[in-house]
Structure formats: structure tokens, C-alpha cells
Design a protein around this ligand. Sequence first.
Ligand code: HEM
Length: 230
Amino acid sequence: MVAEVELFLWVIYPYVALTVFIVGLILRYDKDPWGWTSKSSQILERRLLMWGSIMFHWGFIFVFIGHIMGLLIPVSFYKSMGVSFSSYHIIAFYGGALAGVISVLGLFVLLARRLLNGKVKATSGIDDYFTLALLLFVMLSGLLNTLGYSLLIGEYDYRSTIGVYIRSILTFRPDIPIIATAPLTYQLHTLLGLLFFAALPFTRLVHIFSLPLPYLWRRNIVYRSISRSS
Ligand code: HEM
């Protein structure tokens, strides 16, 4: 029975989540191109949005870079660069904790704004609350490891277990025994992280894939007001 549960959690569920992520994004882009938006509510309220959004997005960018560094780049690479276990963990701990806390504080500001500002509340739907709640759960479970586990129990070398497992999934050689050895809180965060990917195509988070890069090289557009006298 344990073997079946592990097979479901660490092989079937991850591949279903990643398939829903990829196929969902393609279908959403194809079927609902005009709905591919961050659904900005800046016009309704600016001040709280500015603080919440800047904190959330900058925190998120550094959390994302941290995940690439810890999960996709093998420990052997760092060893070859002369980065020791303790130096890596000091950087990951302080960098990750700072980025995670800033990002979560930003999320709380965004959630409070949605609940307390009448205009924003009136235009909010269940999907807006779902997206914020999902992000909160995923990020708080991440911080539970970075801050909670590291401070209360001790440094955990997730690069040699969670990192190896994630790469085993991406290379279609799922390594159940390695993820089964990880602490429960790390396993929980991994499962929630996968849920984030499965849910993403159905939320406004699709705007992550629409970085307005052409703004960097396109020609300026000059806006002029229309003169009433002419
Ligand atoms: C399957 C996907 C994911 C895996 C395997 C994963 C794994 C991890 C690991 C190993 C840590 C480090 C814990 C420590 O420092 O001891 C972490 C932290 C964290 N994760 Fe994830 N994560 C995933 C997805 C996500 C997603 C999608 C988000 C955000 C939406 C997220 C947000 C965080 C945050 C905020 C932290 C704490 C700050 C930090 O250390 O970067 N994670 N995650």
C-alpha cells in the first residue's frame, strides 16, 4: 500500500501536474488569447498595489533564482567551483529567507487590498482569491522549511534529495527512494509546488509568460493630446 501511495505522489501526480501545466498553457493561449492577462486593477487603487506588487514580484524573482540554483544545478557543479556546503547554505538561507519573507509580506498587502478596498473587492472573483491563497500556501510552506526547519532542526541538504528528485522527474527517471527520505515539510512543499504549476494555466498568473521584452528595443510611441480648437 505504501508503495502505491508513493508511486501516486511521486510519479503519477507530478507528471499529471506538469502535463496539465504545459497542455493547459497551450490550450489557454489558443482558445482564450484575450483572457491572457494579469487583469490589472491599478486603475481602481494604486498605493497599496504599488507596495504589495513590488515586494511580491521582487521577492518572487529571487525565490525563483534560488530554486534554479538549488534544484536544477547539481552539487557537483558548486564543488567544482570551490563553493563549500556551508557557504552555499549561508547564502541560500539568508538570501532565500529574505526574498521569501519580502514576497509573502507583499502577498499579504495584496490580499488585504483585495479584501478591504471596496472597488477592488467589488471587481474580485473567486479566481483572484484562489490565486492569492494558492501562492500564500506554497510560499508559507517553503518558508516553513527555509526558516522553520533550518532554525529549529538544522541545515538540511535538500540539494542532494529534493534537487536530485526534481531532476529525475525532468529526465523521466523518477527517483522515489530519494524523495521518500526527505522530511515531511519538504515533501509537502514539493507537492504544493507541483500544484502551483498545475493550477497556473487557469489563473491570471499566465502573465508570467508575457514579459513585455519588445519594450526594450521597440521605437518610442509619442502620445499627444488632441487639441479641441483644431
Ligand atoms: C516542485 C516545485 C518546488 C520544489 C521542489 C521546491 C523546493 C523548495 C526547497 C527545497 C526550498 C528550500 C528550503 C530550505 O531553504 O531549506 C524551497 C523554498 C521556498 N519555496 Fe519552493 N519549491 C517548489 C516550488 C515553489 C513555488 C512554485 C513557489 C512559489 C510560488 C515556491 C516558493 C518557495 C519559497 C517562498 C521558499 C522559501 C524561500 C526560499 O528559500 O527560497 N516554491 N522550495
